[in-house]
Design a protein around this ligand. Sequence first.
Ligand code: COA
Length: 321
Amino acid sequence: MGIKIIGSGHCVPATKLSNRHLESIVDTTDEWIFTRTGISSRYLVTTEDTNDLAYGAARCAIESAAIDPTEIGLIIVATFTPEQLTPSTACLVQARLGLNQQPVIAFDMNAACTGFVYALVTAEQFLKSSKIKKALVIGAEVLSKIMDWNDRSTCVLFGDGAGAVVIEWDEVDSPSFYLNCEGDGDVLGTSKLPVNNPLHQTGTSPISFHMNGASVFKFAVTAIKETVTTLLMENNLTLEEIDLIIPHQANKRIIDKVVKDLNASPEQFFLNVSEYGNTSAASIPIALNEAIKKQRIKAGNRVMLVGFGGGLTWGGCIVSI
Ligand code: COA
């Protein structure tokens, strides 16, 4: 890609909920969740909301990039669980960073769990074709507010959180991304927003998330393999020439299957779903930040990010660190 990641950070709610704790809330067991998904815990908001997590991650990323926030000309937040429909989370983060007095482009994007990859690729196009030198790309979700807490096959999988990166244009590298989608609201999605106008009423049920677990599992494995092989082929690279693959963190068994099918080494795929659960658009930047902090990625490394999720959407990109 023509961008370089110069800073990263993440922010999660103060409250961590273990599988054992969840047993007292939902009809489930630690054993069921862990053996089927590799998830041990997740963070859930109490007083925080999407905008707080996005801002927290942004502050950490800016600090790690060691730049002045005023150098940022673009803010994109990938989310499908914003605090409010407008202003966008990106505009709220701009204000909290004290950037209201300078020209900034700021908007939210919704590509569900592929959102961060879509946002990063979009930011790259701005850096390539405008005078903007640095961008802040954030993935932030409070999924706990759209979960149906009576649907045990879904609510145990997800968590809240945010991750962010600061990027700048990197002339050296070549553009390399692959994005795709296939519109389908049945396999994975939310209920519809109610319409309640004087002429038509569709009710007041809260928004809730639904998914067909088995179909999503199959889709995810195919989507990751398609993305990895396409990116390698289009860039004349082999799997061994990628230092680390950071997939969307949904389920360890999905990654195990991909590793087996691609005849890859498990160490090539970074996983932290055990601690965070599936945080949708936040999962890749949270994992990326952890991989950097744990020195699984070092300066000069070539990293592949791979997302998949609602839409259906999927895709990935190769970035330099
Ligand atoms: N605790 C205990 N039991 C549960 C449960 C829970 N939280 N959720 C479901 N069950 C039960 C079901 O009622 C069902 O019981 P039954 O067989 O008596 O009807 C049984 O467990 C289903 O188990 P199984 O068929 O072994 O589940 P699975 O191996 O298909 O795993 C998922 C289910 C959801 C974990 C799996 O399909 C999955 O991970 N899919 C992908 C989901 C995903 O990643 N979505 C986000 C993508 S961005």
